[in-house]
Write a protein of this length. Structure first.
Length: 395
């Protein structure tokens, strides 16, 4: 789809959209970064032979963490061929029922896959996870059982990006996304949260909103403390990116307390956050619900840089909640409007998100001054669908 030029049109999408007069005089379209220069490796995610052909629906249940029919949670690690070679972290949930509800006191084995810049090989071990015929990308060079990563530069420390998926979703949706980020010189950790393991039908399930940041912190600890990835991670430059409930997760880790509760796990090691269609509350049962205290004002505790994307036709995470929430952030803030996009973006708008994200992380995790200057002045991303940066929200 051809992009319409912002300087010659008036946006009438919502009352929160601003006109070109708010943009710098030198604002321009940005050239996409595309794929990076690095080959990409990943940790092992091979599925055991007896589970390869169980079909998309059954696999989807394992990926979500649904019960397996025997009154027990269905854990993704249970169906892996080499769980000892996968990144599986046991998360011990504190025995605090007021915060963690039905998850209180239990142990959750959480599967994360990691992508990283690696040495190019003539014979790569490509692996297609058996779900939707690998529609969401293949593991380009997956470690075999017992193998250890070979990094592109054995003496380099790479920024780390945590990838948090949305609710009723899983990390396999983000295989291609993780590989593209890693190709630009990042280690990327994609967490499979399995929210439905402890979720209760027709319940508010507020405990999941506390579990998400706890799980993320434990996985991050495991990476930094490991002999495999710890020495290769630049611990001063760690970011997080997430869509929908993943965007909420990013905001909590960056310092936003759920319902104003100080018990919400945050992590000062997070230095930058990308949030796409983030859940910050909504209008339910004829009343407004705010995830971060009254009017989401507790987001003022978020001082790290954040870039936010929202679709103007999103009926799940509403513009009328997202944009006012962005006003409360205390750190550097950027907001990009995706024209005519629903909650789950169309392909061209995912492409736009990916390229803005690369620019943002280059600026704030790789400390690239040119990327920062482009981020501050860029009007829209070339290619993809219609998008525009709302400069009035920039801090």
């Amino acid at each position: 789809m051809m992009k319409r030029i912002f300087s010659v049109r008036i946006l009438l999408v919502s009352s929160y959209t601003f006109f070109c007069s708010a943009a710098p005089a030198f604002a321009a379209e940005i050239e996409p970064l595309g794929s990076g220069p690095y080959s990409v490796g990943s940790t092992n995610m091979e599925v055991a032979s007896e589970y390869v052909d169980i079909g998309d629906e059954a696999m989807h249940q394992y990926l979500l963490g649904h019960a397996d029919g025997a009154d027990q949670p269905g854990y993704l690690g249970d169906i892996l061929k080499h769980p000892e070679s996968a990144w599986v972290v046991d998360v011990q949930v504190p025995d605090e029922s007021t915060t963690y509800g039905p998850a209180s006191g239990i142990n959750l084995p959480v599967v994360t896959f990691i992508t990283y810049p690696t040495v190019a090989k003539q014979q790569q071990n490509s692996y297609a996870f058996p779900y939707h015929d690998a529609r969401y990308g293949v593991f380009e060079d997956m470690l075999r059982a017992g193998e250890t990563p070979r990094f592109a530069d054995p003496d380099e420390r790479y920024p780390l990006i945590i990838l948090a998926h949305g609710a009723s979703a899983h990390g396999i949706y983000d295989v291609r996304h993780a590989h593209n980020l890693a190709s630009h010189g990042y280690i990327v950790a994609v967490i499979n949260y399995g929210d439905d393991r402890t979720g209760e039908a027709s319940a508010l399930n507020h405990h999941v909103s506390y579990l998400r940041p706890l799980i993320t912190k434990v996985v991050l600890d495991s990476l930094l403390e490991s002999e495999t990835f710890g020495p290769r991670i630049d611990a001063d430059n760690i970011g997080i990116t997430g869509h929908s409930f993943g965007g909420f997760t990013a905001l909590t880790l960056a310092g936003g307390p759920f319902l104003g509760n100080a018990a919400t796990v945050s992590d000062k090691r997070i230095k930058a956050g990308v949030i796409a269609a983030p859940w910050v509350g909504g209008h339910y049962n004829d009343s407004d619900f705010f995830a971060f205290g009254p009017e989401n004002r507790d987001l003022e505790r978020v001082t790290t840089p954040v870039i936010c994307f929202f679709g103007t036709k999103d009926e799940v995470t509403l513009t009328s909640f997202i944009l006012p929430a962005m006003r409360h952030l205390s750190g550097p803030t950027y907001v990009v409007e995706l024209i005519d996009q629903p909650h789950v973006f169309e392909e061209g708008s995912w492409q736009d998100r990916d390229n803005w994200e690369l620019l943002f992380f280059s600026a704030y995790l790789q400390n690239n001054a040119e990327s920062l200057a482009t981020l501050k002045t860029g009007r829209s991303m070339k290619g993809g669908n219609d998008d525009v940066q709302l400069f009035d929200y920039q801090k």
